[in-house]
Design a protein around this ligand. Structure first.
Ligand SMILES: [Cu+2]
Length: 68
């Protein structure tokens, strides 16, 4: 397992936090997600054999936010 921090742009409330968390947790290979509204950051624990930055970015963008 590896851990990565993503800078997320566009989150304005706890609803946004929940949306980002939900789409990232739904990705195969992601085992843990923490999202901080204060720091505009998502911390993911994942299996690099199954998923990675391209999937994280696509999921966040599909939810309406941006990865900085
Ligand atoms: Cu919101």
């Amino acid at each position: 397992m590896e851990t990565i921090q993503l800078s997320i742009q566009g989150m304005t409330c706890n609803g946004c936090v929940g949306s980002v968390k939900k789409v990232l947790q739904a990705l195969p290979g992601v085992s843990g997600v923490e999202v901080s509204l204060e720091h505009n950051r998502a911390t993911l624990t994942y299996d690099p054999a199954q998923t990675g930055m391209a999937q994280f970015k696509a999921a966040v963008e599909d939810a309406g936010y941006d990865v900085a």
